[in-house]
Design a binder for this molecule. Structure first.
Ligand SMILES: CC(C)(COP(=O)(O)OP(=O)(O)OC[C@H]1O[C@@H](n2cnc3c(N)ncnc32)[C@H](O)[C@@H]1OP(=O)(O)O)[C@@H](O)C(=O)NCCC(=O)NCCS
Length: 191
C-alpha cells in the first residue's frame, strides 16, 4: 500500500480582496489601529495620532475610497475578519494628479507569507491603471522593512532615493527609501 501526502486544503483559509462600504468603518479602524500598534516604524502616522480621530474621519476615508475621490483602498478578508489592506491616495491638483502614492500596506502577522499583500497590491495597481489617470505610483518605506522591500521590488518598483532620519519613532530615527513604479511614459505636451 502506498501512502500519499495530501495537502490539507481544508485548513487554507479563503481570502477575498474587497472594498469596504462606509458602514463597515469600525472594522477598517480596528485593522488600521492594529497595524499602527504592531508596526509603529512602518508607517508615518502613529497609533496615538489615529486613535484620537473622530468617527467622521474613518467614515470619510471609506466614503472617498468608495467614490475614488483622491483615495482607493482594498482590504483582505478571511471569514468576515479583515486581515490586510493596501491603499493609494492622490492629489486632485492639476499638476499632481498623474501620481498616486501607496500607503497603509499591512497584513496581520498570523496571515503573512501567503501572498495576501501581493494580491492586494496587484489589485490596487490594476485599478489605478484602469483609471487612465496615473503615470507613476510612488511610496516610501522604512529602509529596514525587508519584507516590504521584496514585495514592492517584485511588483516592479525601483528605489529612486533614500531620505535620512525621515521618521522618528519613540526617539529612534529611521531612514526611508522612496520607491516608484512608472506606469506609462507620456511625452511632454505643448502647453
Ligand atoms: C510587508 C507585508 C505587507 C507583506 O505581507 P505578506 O502578505 O506576508 O506578503 P506576501 O506573502 O504577499 O509576499 C509578497 C512578497 O513580499 C516579500 N516577502 C514577504 N515576506 C517576506 C519575508 N518575511 N522576508 C522577505 N521577503 C518577504 C517577498 O518578496 C514576497 O514574494 P515571494 O513570495 O514571491 O517571495 C507584511 O510583512 C507586513 O504587514 N509588514 C509590516 C507592515 C509593513 O512593513 N508594511 C509596509 C509599509 S511600506
Amino acid at each position: 500500500m502506498t501512502t500519499q501526502k495530501v495537502k490539507d486544503w481544508g485548513k487554507m483559509p479563503e481570502v477575498s480582496i474587497i472594498t469596504l462600504p462606509p458602514a463597515r468603518w469600525r472594522a477598517a479602524q480596528r485593522l488600521r489601529l492594529q497595524a499602527l500598534l504592531a508596526e509603529p516604524s512602518a508607517f508615518a502616522s502613529s497609533y496615538e495620532d489615529e486613535l484620537a480621530f473622530p468617527d467622521d474621519v474613518w467614515i470619510a476615508r471609506l466614503t472617498s475610497a468608495q467614490e475614488r475621490d483622491g483615495n482607493m483602498t482594498y482590504f483582505a478578508e478571511v471569514d468576515g475578519e479583515l486581515v490586510g489592506m493596501a491603499g493609494a491616495h492622490w492629489s486632485n491638483r492639476s499638476e499632481m494628479r498623474h501620481v498616486a502614492e501607496v500607503y497603509g500596506v499591512y497584513v496581520s502577522s498570523e496571515m503573512r507569507g501567503r501572498g495576501i499583500a501581493s494580491r492586494l497590491m496587484r489589485r490596487l495597481l490594476e485599478e489605478l491603471r484602469s483609471l487612465d489617470q496615473f503615470e507613476k505610483v510612488s511610496l516610501t518605506l522604512n529602509t529596514e522593512a525587508g519584507a516590504a522591500l521584496g514585495l514592492y521590488q517584485g511588483l516592479g518598483f525601483k528605489i529612486i532615493g533614500t531620505s535620512r532620519r525621515e521618521l522618528k519613532v519613540a526617539g529612534q530615527y529611521h531612514d526611508l527609501h522612496i520607491m516608484a513604479l512608472q506606469l506609462l511614459q507620456r511625452q511632454n505636451s505643448p502647453s
